[in-house]
Design a protein around this ligand. Structure first.
Ligand SMILES: *[C@@H]1O[C@H](CO)[C@@H](O)[C@H](O)[C@H]1NC(C)=O
Ligand SMILES: *[C@@H]1O[C@H](CO)[C@@H](O)[C@H](O)[C@H]1NC(C)=O
Ligand SMILES: *[C@@H]1O[C@H](CO)[C@@H](O)[C@H](O)[C@H]1NC(C)=O
Ligand SMILES: *[C@@H]1O[C@H](CO)[C@@H](O)[C@H](O)[C@H]1NC(C)=O
Ligand SMILES: *[C@@H]1O[C@H](CO)[C@@H](O)[C@H](O)[C@H]1NC(C)=O
Ligand SMILES: *[C@@H]1O[C@H](CO)[C@@H](O)[C@H](O)[C@H]1NC(C)=O
Ligand SMILES: *[C@@H]1O[C@H](CO)[C@@H](O)[C@H](O)[C@H]1NC(C)=O
Ligand SMILES: *[C@@H]1O[C@H](CO)[C@@H](O)[C@H](O)[C@H]1NC(C)=O
Ligand SMILES: *[C@@H]1O[C@H](CO)[C@@H](O)[C@H](O)[C@H]1NC(C)=O
Ligand SMILES: *[C@@H]1O[C@H](CO)[C@@H](O)[C@H](O)[C@H]1NC(C)=O
Ligand SMILES: *[C@@H]1O[C@H](CO)[C@@H](O)[C@H](O)[C@H]1NC(C)=O
Length: 550
């Protein structure tokens, strides 16, 4: 019998510590429920309900007692898993110095090849200035020159690259290997000296955009910690240990900003001034899970198109960290940590469109970007992650009308934030399994979109525009996982309409196609595109928005 035992009785509670009471006491609030239910496993294990272990393999089949296994899975017969949790009867009570492990003073290298490079940003000491920009821009529009090749505004489709022919039918090496254990092929594998610098305008503009992103993350993570107190965090179900995680994430951004600066050179932009949307901790973590979503997806969109493989290498190692940040902020927002099988990629102009409205101003001479700013696409009935019943979300339940601004907090009796009910609570947790999903196939999605020509971004110095050849909007493009899919747009008025969330799964019987914090666009055509040619959608985009699907 290899079934894991699931028992409800509580012997000792190690859980109360998840969110210790702040001085003054919050007992009346249910924050302890919210934080405690972070660990919805039983606090203790009662010996009485332990099913007799170690019996025959036959009873292993009854490991229907492993209720979480995927439907149809029959492989529960595993001798290594004969485990019954021992009853919890004692916990450590003293935490002082124990035995000493010997160590010697080992100075870190400060000169030479193995010395650390200098960090670009100073350690911030607190809130810098924030808020909207009120001045007059000194320059306007994206960095641009005259396009030489395709004045018609789209890049014509071509057949596959003539070298895209390799196909292995016998599992053997097809070409002579240069040295043993080293199969032929790959890029940057022939001994050439790596150069960790951008190699084209494409690279330069992509990494500069990435740096703008790292700077806003560095600021928002620090800003939330600077303006909200431990009590504020506790009220949102987050402890001082969670605050430490956010502080460390901000420091990661110092490293990422330094890395990207080094790959760009002297024109790398500095940190700007930001106008964040949040007014409390819950909104702060929600905003962060959204901005890290496009921070991560923006990089997945361009990383394999970079000319510089060296830059791609280091960037991949930073975006792996960013992906973890996104997941952690989802968990702090009570969202299922990763409701998709694949994280999606988006074009640079999409990332810039989402990011720009939160930058109020940048210092004089800050390097400008060549990417486009599209008009905003608003989801009028965007699911509110803080509602016990997301179906009850009304119109415009967002802190403000920028597309990545967080959900508002509903009245206490409609909020799931402090609720300790499995399937309904949405306080911070390793995982939440909502009985009523935020969104679903067939949901009617009410949309409104802005007219082009609005000033956005640093110093209001960029101007929104629709794609170069975009006509009247007819479709809603959904970018999720590995897929771009379309639904028909029904226009109901000027800059206003609706669609229905598409049905489907990524692969047959697989995860739902649309889930997580995701992306939608209004387009005039429904061209078929895949992750590596998705940017060909850009000239057809009328407006761009975020969609909170799970
Ligand atoms: C949350 O609810 C469960 C089930 O009702 C209960 O066992 C647990 O003790 C509660 N947790 C807290 C922290 O109140
Ligand atoms: C080495 O490989 C690179 C591509 O990674 C190629 O551009 C270069 O020509 C190669 N150099 C030699 C000497 O083969
Ligand atoms: C943007 O505005 C700020 C604050 O007014 C100003 O210091 C800065 O020089 C402006 N930046 C640009 C590029 O004009
Ligand atoms: C901005 O750039 C110009 C031209 O390179 C230079 O003369 C000026 O000193 C710079 N201003 C700042 C504040 O760096
Ligand atoms: C939410 O709406 C969907 C679609 O109409 C429906 O299937 C579901 O039952 C609703 N949930 C609740 C709790 O009303
Ligand atoms: C967002 O825009 C809508 C429509 O113009 C408006 O009704 C709503 O009040 C706006 N929301 C905020 C927070 O300003
Ligand atoms: C998770 O939620 C779904 C939808 O309500 C439900 O069908 C499923 O049983 C839940 N799983 C667990 C382990 O609670
Ligand atoms: C999205 O993922 C969550 C968590 O796995 C799940 O509960 C929800 O049903 C999913 N939504 C759809 C539309 O499948
Ligand atoms: C989604 O498609 C599946 C397969 O066709 C179907 O069984 C299901 O009812 C559809 N769901 C909705 C909400 O239309
Ligand atoms: C999603 O993309 C994958 C990879 O291109 C493809 O195999 C799959 O069929 C697509 N699914 C749908 C529903 O389009
Ligand atoms: C994009 O790539 C897919 C193959 O992955 C191809 O079927 C499609 O035609 C391409 N679209 C364009 C506009 O080139």
């Amino acid at each position: 019998m290899y079934a894991k035992t699931v028992i409800a009785s509580s012997v000792l509670s190690g859980l109360a510590a998840a969110a210790p009471a702040p001085p003054g006491g919050w007992a009346a609030l249910s924050i302890f429920d919210a934080a405690g239910s972070t660990y919805s496993h039983p606090a203790g294990y009662s010996a009485s309900s332990v099913a007799s272990a170690g019996s025959s393999a036959a009873s292993a089949a009854s490991s229907a007692a492993s209720p979480a296994a995927s439907a149809g899975y029959t492989g529960a017969d595993a001798p290594f898993a004969d485990y019954t949790p021992t009853p919890l009867t004692a916990l450590p009570t003293s935490f002082g110095t124990d035995s000493q492990i010997s160590a010697i003073v080992s100075p870190a290298p400060s000169t030479g090849l193995y010395a650390p490079d200098t960090i670009r940003s100073s350690i911030p000491t607190g809130a810098t200035s924030h808020g909207p920009f009120t001045g007059v821009p000194t320059t306007t529009g994206a960095v641009m020159n005259t396009p030489v090749v395709y004045p018609e505004g789209t890049i014509p489709a071509l057949p596959p690259n003539p070298t895209a022919t390799y196909y292995n039918t016998n599992g053997a090496l097809q070409n002579k290997e240069p040295i043993p254990y080293t199969p032929a092929g790959g890029l940057g594998t022939n001994g050439t000296l790596p150069r960790y610098m951008v190699e084209s305008d494409f690279d330069y503009e992509s990494i500069t955009l990435g740096l703008y992103q790292e700077w806003i993350e560095l600021d928002t993570f620090n800003n939330g910690l600077a303006i909200f107190s431990e009590e504020d965090f506790l009220a949102a179900g987050l402890t001082t240990e969670d605050m430490e995680l956010i502080r460390f994430m901000a420091q990661q951004e110092e490293g990422h900003a330094t890395l990207l600066t080094n790959m760009l050179g002297e024109t790398a932009p500095p940190q700007c001034t930001y106008n964040h949307p949040y007014t409390n901790v819950r909104e702060f973590v929600d905003y962060n899970q959204i901005i890290t979503r496009w921070g991560e997806s923006g990089v997945w969109g361009f990383i394999n198109h970079l000319d510089s493989r060296e830059v791609g290498q280091l960037l991949a190692q930073s975006i792996a960290t960013e992906a973890r940040q996104q997941m952690a902020f989802r968990q702090m927002s009570g969202l299922f940590p990763m409701p998709v099988w694949f994280e999606t990629g988006i074009p640079q102009s999409w990332q810039w469109t989402f990011l720009a409205p939160y930058i109020s101003s940048c210092p004089e001479n800050t390097t400008r970007l060549a990417w486009q700013n599209y008009p905003a696409l608003h989801v009028v009935n965007q699911a509110n992650i803080n509602r016990v019943s997301p179906n009850d979300t009304g119109s415009w339940e967002r802190v403000d009308n920028r597309t990545s601004s967080p959900a508002t907090i509903p009245a206490e009796d409609e909020s799931c934030i402090n609720l300790n009910v499995t399937g309904y609570g949405c306080g911070p947790a390793i995982a939440r399994n909502r009985s009523e999903p935020l969104s679903f196939a067939g949901k009617q999605v009410l949309l409104e979109w802005d007219t082009p020509g609005q000033a956005v971004g640093p110093n209001n110095s960029y101007v929104t525009a629709a794609g170069g050849v975009a006509g009247t909007p007819k479709f809603v493009a959904w970018v999720n996982q590995l897929n771009l899919t379309y639904s028909a747009l029904t226009v109901t008025g000027p800059n206003q309409g609706y669609t229905f969330q598409p049905n489907g799964s990524i692969y047959e019987n697989g995860a739902a196609l649309i889930n997580g914090t995701s992306f939608i666009a209004l387009t005039d055509v429904d061209i078929f595109l895949t992750p590596f040619n998705l940017t060909m959608i850009n000239p057809h985009v009328v407006a761009l928005g975020m969609y909170q699907a799970g």
